[in-house]
Write a protein that binds this ligand. Sequence first.
Ligand code: ADE
Length: 244
Amino acid sequence: MKIDVIALFPEIIIPALRVSILKRAQDAGFLTVNVHNLRDFATDRHQSVDDYPYGGGAGMILKPEPLFAAIRALSPESNTRVIYLTPQGKPCTQQLAEALSLESHIILICGRYKGIDERVRQRLVTDEISIGDYVLSGGEIPALVLIDTIGRVLPGVLGDYESAQDDSFSQQLLDHPHYTRPADFEGMNVPEVLLSGHHEKITRWKYEESLRRTAVRRPDLLKEIELTEEDTNFLREPNASEGI
Ligand code: ADE
């Protein structure tokens, strides 16, 4: 998969692409990320990328010419998704990241200042994505969030793909608690069932822990999935939300 990013501050993004899973994904050829500096596509002699808003008001707007030039230079196919990171976009979810990971080429536009000229949205942008209901000073960090989320679900990237399938949100549930050695740490003991070696019981325990954690912390997620009678009964138990 190829991701082209257009940003005014590539230096925010580039270092994070050079470590850990994203580095591995690129080294192994699963992912190519090119970060382009919007200023390189400025069309006037002052290399300006922003201008005052028509109608007045605070803040500067990213001009249409450099953004149009940048996107045209990347020769998008007719099906290339051109994604603008903005708090006005649809929420970035695991499902959305998994859907995007199936694309062969996407282009990310990072805004700055008050945002981009509306005509870029109208003519070039196919999707708008928000990473949450808060405002960052630019789209570089949101772009990185999206690249990271997509990069780690590309088939083959995680050594043990199982570990992505167990993540929070992969089954619309939050992840269950995890423990490692020692079994007794300052009197706090690992749940007996995890030491039992009984795989069926362990699987059920993990599922129930996911279920009750989700019910307590993110009840909104539970509305999206179908629970069995056994699940509903489990959640009705008086101590189901203890210790969460
Ligand atoms: N740019 C500024 N804030 C943002 C957000 N919350 N999501 C995506 N892009 C943004």
